[in-house]
Ligand binder design. Structure first.
Ligand SMILES: Cc1ncc(COP(=O)(O)O)c(C=O)c1O
Length: 383
């Protein structure tokens, strides 16, 4: 059976050059960067070099780069760490209804268990957060705003620079989950987001899994969420995962400065898929043609359900997603679709195709052609 991978927003394959550069750190360079002997000092030198080189890509100070275990931890550290720092002084927090669960569940936790008041901003039918709604949600008690740069399910790209400006003018901290934008959107510097905190994860741009970073604008010092040793300048305890950190650095140099998702190549493929999908009765495209990632196409299907759709596609060798990978296999309708006003039965019939560097026109044609038949089949299963 052939295999077609249209799920690059879930993860990407580790690039062979990145893998090659990581290998010495899985063998000879095995020291603990905190050890004072020469083997430890060798590892420390590489850790320092990795931080310096990521800072060069980001155009920030090396001390503003904190290495983490991925996007989830970066988001958790940004949100818990900042909210707890502000507790008692600023107890109101703002986020949006379409965030990844690594953000949403952190806010829900702070609301339910730690006495914070949280506003969840609504979105338009195209999945966009309106800067005006952010402005009017701010109160003198607001301490932190967190709004993602690009949505993982629809690809909607938010006006993050507008949000950060509003927050700066109100002296409110701003965090953005930029996990889906690295490697997909043009990158000049970490300051382009205008944010105080920016979450990054390597496996979305052909780096290793379990490797992330958080930009923390100095002199901000969030409360740590992992305590123990004084690693990462007291911001994240735990012996550093040097192979993963080195992999994140190499992937950042190779695939962020010049996005590895080459829009000139991937956009026409997505446009072709959009055209083919649009012609199928019962399909509603949920990705805007203007404000979205170049590689993403989300659609809902009438009289179907996500699990059957994923199963039918997989039987044909086509890997897609029903939204965020973390809720794949769950019967819960997509919270992103619900926030966009999609009726509940259709919010639970989402297909997200996300393309990448190895996809071809021939694959798009194959998927586009098979789609009509597969949807008919799923609709018949439901009868
Ligand atoms: C927008 C967004 N934020 C956070 C994450 C979580 O990242 P990780 O898998 O590295 O924990 C993901 C991954 O799907 C994501 O798409």
């Amino acid at each position: 059976m052939r295999s077609i991978y249209f799920d690059y927003n879930a993860t990407t394959r580790l690039d062979s050059r990145v893998q090659g550069e990581m290998e010495p750190f899985l063998s000879e360079i095995h020291g603990n960067p905190s050890s004072v002997h020469h083997i430890g000092r060798r590892a420390r030198a590489s850790l320092d070099e990795a931080r310096d080189r990521v800072a060069v890509v980001w155009k920030c100070k090396p001390s503003e780069v904190v290495f983490t275990s991925g996007g989830t931890e970066s988001n958790n550290l940004a949100i818990f760490g900042t909210a707890r720092l502000l507790k008692g002084k600023k107890n109101h927090l703002i986020t949006s209804q379409i965030e990844h669960h690594a953000v949403l569940h952190a806010f829900e936790y702070l609301e339910k268990k730690e006495g914070f008041h949280v506003t969840y901003l609504p979105v338009s039918p195209e999945g966009m957060v309106d800067p005006v709604s952010l402005k009017s949600a701010l109160t003198p008690a607001t301490g932190l705003v967190s709004i993602m740069t690009a949505n993982n399910e629809t690809g909607a790209v938010q006006p993050v620079a507008d949000f950060s400006k509003i927050c700066r003018e109100a002296s409110v901290l701003f965090h953005t989950d930029a996990v889906q934008s690295f490697g997909k959107l043009p990158f000049d510097s970490i300051h382009q987001f205008g944010a105080d905190l920016v979450s990054v994860c390597a496996h979305k741009f052909h780096g290793p899994k379990g490797s992330g970073a958080l930009f923390i604008r100095s002199p901000l010092l969030p409360e740590p969420i992992l305590v123990g040793g004084g690693h990462e300048n007291e911001r994240r305890a735990g012996t550093e995962n040097l192979p993963a950190i080195w992999g994140l650095m190499v992937a950042s140099e190779l695939f962020v400065r010049t996005p590895v998702f080459d829009s000139a190549r991937v956009e026409p493929l997505v446009a072709q898929l959009r055209e083919m999908a649009q012609s199928i009765p019962g399909i509603h495209i949920r990705t805007s043609e203007t404000h979205s990632l170049p590689n993403t196409l989300a659609m809902t299907v009438e009289k179907a359900d996500s699990i059957s759709l994923m199963a039918a596609l997989d039987l044909e060798g086509i890997c897609a997603s029903s939204g965020s990978a973390c809720s794949a296999g769950s019967l819960e309708p997509s919270h992103v679709m619900k926030a966009m006003g999609v009726p509940p039965e259709e919010a639970n019939a989402l297909i997200r195709f996300s393309l990448g560097r190895d996809n071809t026109e021939e694959e798009v044609e194959y998927v586009g052609k098979r789609l009509l038949q597969l949807i008919k089949q799923v609709q018949a299963w439901g009868k």
